[in-house]
Each structure stands twice: as C-alpha cells, then as structure tokens.
Design a protein around this ligand. Structure first.
Ligand code: NAD
Length: 294
C-alpha cells in the first residue's frame, strides 16, 4: 500500500480519493474547499491545510482539477510540486485538460527525474463512486506500469494510449465522437416522432440496425424511453452540458494544432455552446435532444 496525496476533491475527485482509502492506501487530501477536505477526513483520509503539505512525503501524487491552468499552476514554477516532492514520487493527473499542458508538465517532471502520467477518465460521477472508471493514460511504459496498480483502486479499465499527452488526446477523441452520436441520435429520434413513431419502438429498431450506437444502448436522450437515464429524470445528474462543451473546446484546439479536419466536431461544438448559452449548462448532455423539439 502507498502513501498518496490527492488534490482536487470535487464531484469526481472526492469519491475517487474515498475509493483509494477503501483500497487500504494512506491518503493525504487537499482542496481549496475546506468542506470537501472535511468530508474525506470523515471517510478516513488525512486532511491537509495546503497542497504542498499534502504532497510532502507522498509516494504518489494524484490531481483531479478543472482545467489545464490549474494543473500547470500546481505542478510548475518554484512552488510547484515538481520542486516540492521527494525523489521517485509518481505524478498522476486525472483531470481532462489540453494535451499541451500535460506534455509541458511531463517534460518539466522528466527534467527533474519524475514520471508524470496523464490519466483522464471516462465513466462520470457514477463510475467515480463505484470505482469503475476507465483511465486513459499517456506516459512512458515505466510510468504507466507504476500508475496502473494505483488506478486499479479507482477503475475497472486502465488503458495505455501512448506517450505523454496521448491520454488527453484519446479522451477528447472519444468525447467528440460521443457528442456527435448524441446529436445524431436525437435528430433521428425526433424525425421519427414528428412522423408519429413511438420513440421507444424506433429506438429498439435502430439499436439492432445499422444506426445502433452507445447512446441508443445505454443513454437514450428521449424522456421515458429508458427509466434510469438522465433524460427520464429532467436531465438531472449525468454529464453536464458545460463539461461536454469544455471537452469539445479541447478537441477543437487539438484539431487546430494538427490541422485536422473535424467538421462534425465543429458543428457539435457550436451546438453544445449554444445549448449552454441558453441556460442548459448544468443539465445532462443528452438534453441536446430538446434542441430538436418543435
Ligand atoms: P469539480 O469542479 O467538481 O471539482 C474540482 C475541484 O478542484 C473542486 O473541488 C475545486 O475546489 C478543486 N480545486 C480547484 N483548484 C484547486 C487548487 N489549486 N488546489 C486544490 N483544489 C483545487 O470538477 P469534477 O466534476 O470533479 O471534474 C474534475 C475533472 O474531471 C475535470 O477536468 C473534468 O473535466 C473531469 N471529468 C469530469 C467528469 C464528470 O462527470 N464530472 C467526467 C469525466 C471527467
């Protein structure tokens, strides 16, 4: 078992840190929100007053933060973790951020002799709570090999996508495709409804036909078709529109860097941004279905 510093105890990080405590690790936690620290302390973690206090003496540092600027500010610079942690400390960032920031931190870490792994996740808050997340890692073979047994305490599937930043690239490719599938499924379901079809019947047909996809199997956007989905719960819970819009912005940034052609990704980005601007940012991303209502 390891001594792990866990920084960023939000919707995802809180339950992930709790699972590491449950797996038997010593977990030192910090968040800017003291209530989040208290909650973890009650679950057996050691609460710390600063991020540097949390990483002192840790064998592994894990961060779960909103965006690249937060990750850069905590790892880099004179006061950054890279200058504060002991030799041999393994650094893992599970946030969804731009791959350029992940590579910048990895290069600074490597210059000081540390392994840094970008390990964004898929599976949402339910996966974080249930310890069933998918981790999509970028880093060296040695870094991935060291990170895997730790990540297994929080997830069910651990992938090595490639070198530094590859985890972030794979994550945004997946989410760009997911957004396109969600929009396309919504559009097709509403077309059927506009012609008098029952959305549940049409979903059953398409699910086993050539239009079948994950959103039809697991996450139908039409209310009432699947009882356990956010769509059947006023689009509450699940994966927020704001977060999908953020991931799509990262995808568009990556596409710009590589001069890739992503016309459907660009359209999905515009649609999710518009949906968020209309006040739907905190709804589940399947609420894009409402854009197709008459
Ligand atoms: P969140 O906003 O709930 O949590 C982020 C936490 O980081 C907050 O508690 C905040 O106080 C803390 N924080 C920010 N700056 C800090 C600092 N300098 N020091 C210490 N703590 C700091 O966000 P979340 O939903 O937990 O998401 C975290 C990351 O996971 C994001 O990058 C997000 O894109 C990604 N993600 C989220 C989901 C999801 O369904 N929520 C799914 C997959 C990936």
């Amino acid at each position: 078992m390891s001594t792990i510093a866990f920084i960023g105890l939000g919707n995802m990080g809180g339950p992930m840190a709790a699972n590491l405590v449950g797996a038997g690790h010593t977990v030192r936690v910090f968040d800017l929100n003291p209530a989040a620290v208290s909650q973890l302390t009650e679950q057996g973690a050691i609460g710390c007053k600063t991020s540097c206090g949390a990483v002192a003496g840790a064998e592994v540092v894990i961060t779960m933060l909103p965006a690249g600027k937060h990750v850069r500010s905590l790892y880099l610079g004179d006061d950054g973790f890279i200058n504060k942690v002991g030799s041999g400390t393994l650094l893992i960032d599970c946030s969804t951020i731009d791959s350029a920031s992940a590579v910048a931190v990895a290069e600074a870490a490597a210059a000081q002799g540390f392994e840094f792994v970008d390990a964004p996740v898929s599976g949402g808050t339910a996966g974080a709570a249930g310890g069933t997340l998918t981790f999509i890692c970028g880093g060296t073979e040695a870094g991935f090999g060291a990170a895997k047994p730790i990540l297994e305490g929080m997830g069910a599937n651990i992938f090595h996508a490639g070198g530094h930043g590859a985890g972030q690239v794979a994550k945004i490719c997946n989410n760009m495709l997911l957004s396109i599938l969600m929009i396309g499924t919504s559009e097709a379901l509403q077309l059927g409804r506009d012609h008098g079809l029952d959305a549940a019947v049409l979903s059953e047909i398409m699910k086993v036909s050539s239009g079948g996809n994950w959103t039809l199997e697991k996450y139908n956007p039409c209310p009432g078709v699947m009882p356990a989905t956010p769509a059947s719960n006023d689009y509450q819970g699940g994966f927020m529109v704001d977060l999908m819009a953020k991931d799509l912005s990262l995808a568009m940034m990556a596409a710009g860097d590589s001069h890739s052609s992503t016309p459907l990704g660009a359209l999905a980005t515009a649609m999710y941004r518009q949906h968020a601007r209309q006040g739907n940012g905190s709804l589940d991303f399947s609420s894009i279905f409402n854009q197709f209502q008459k």
